[in-house]
Design a protein around this ligand. Structure first.
Ligand SMILES: Nc1ncnc2c1ncn2[C@@H]1O[C@H](COP(=O)(O)OP(=O)(O)OP(=O)(O)O)[C@@H](O)[C@H]1O
Length: 289
């Protein structure tokens, strides 16, 4: 599967939710789509899932526009914070319905997940708690094994142990049945180990699309005596700084060359890696200023 997004923008009346977005997803990987509240994640994913159409630019799945194209949409599953308040069916019967329109759906795996999430089989789904309804969405997404599976902040209301089951199952099932999985989230520190690639949206713009390891290798914090740190980082992209007495710590973004690292150590500076959470917080903060 290949998703190509070119110069894509989306306006809601006079609000620009997405601005000139460009990227391509080509592999059976787990893609993390990160962004603060209102960054445009759901707007982007809903175009991908054909719930909405862009104002300009293009989005294609295997070279075809998904909007109102049933054949393309068969390749995409969009799981979001769906409300089941009118769903009188019990879970097994609901999953059997889903199985009818998802050709890869694995009912045995779905039942296994129902047991793992301890979902009641004797209750109408509309009487499920919020977290149980989210677990149901996770089950539909995982057991559906759709070539492009999108989870848009699907964990809402799920408690920490249930989220943990979700993350473990995503990894395990992806290993067995590779597909393109897109996870949109702002729970970055909890989910970072899942991502092969990261896309970061901020204020409707795509700040970056990088492999997870490449992205992490670009961040570093440099700590030491104030003047030496300031001299060392003066030509680097600085995304955050803290100071305590004469000691300063500056977070930089960009790739530190080996000789720069050696020079820093020779000057008595400490270099530490940054977490995805730190990069997320400070890269989006800087852009907002
Ligand atoms: N139907 C709509 N009409 C007008 N503005 C909208 C509409 N839907 C979304 N927006 C606006 O578009 C922007 C992007 O919203 P979107 O829901 O895509 O963000 P998000 O990254 O998914 O946020 P969150 O993490 O809070 O769910 C926000 O400013 C939002 O207010």
């Amino acid at each position: 599967m290949t998703i190509k997004v070119k110069n894509l923008s989306l306006h809601y009346r006079n609000h620009t939710a997405l601005h000139d977005i460009n990227f391509a997803l080509t592999e059976k990987k787990i893609y993390g789509l990160l962004g603060r509240n209102g960054a445009g994640k759901t707007s982007l994913l809903s175009i991908l899932a054909s719930f909405n159409e862009q104002s300009s630019g293009s989005l294609t799945i295997n070279e075809k526009a998904p909007f109102e194209n049933a054949e393309v949409m068969q390749q995409v599953a969009f799981l979001y914070d769906k409300d089941y308040k009118d769903e009188s069916d019990k879970i097994v019967s609901l999953l059997q319905d889903v199985q009818h329109y998802r050709p890869n759906f694995d009912m045995d795996y779905a039942e296994e997940l129902v047991a793992k999430f301890k979902l009641p089989k004797d209750k109408a789904v509309k009487h499920f708690s919020k977290g149980m309804q989210s677990a149901l969405n996770v089950i539909i997404g995982l057991a559906g094994r759709t070539p492009i599976t999108i989870f848009d902040e699907v964990y809402l209301g799920m408690d920490a142990p249930s989220r943990d089951i979700f993350y473990k199952e995503v990894l395990a099932d992806q290993q067995e049945h590779p597909r393109m999985i897109i996870l949109s989230t702002h729970l970055v520190s909890e989910m970072d180990y899942l991502f092969d690639d990261v896309l970061l949206l901020n204020n409707g713009k795509l700040l970056l699309h990088e492999e997870y390891d490449t992205l992490l290798a670009k961040g570093a914090s440099i700590t030491g005596s104030k003047e030496i740190v300031e001299e060392f980082v003066k030509d680097m992209e600085q995304i955050h700084e803290t100071q305590l007495g004469g000691t300063k710590s500056v977070m930089v973004y960009g790739t530190l060359r080996e000789e720069e690292k050696q020079a820093a150590l020779a000057k008595g500076l400490e270099i530490a890696p940054l977490s995805l959470h730190e990069l997320f917080v400070h890269l989006t903060e800087e852009e907002a200023e």
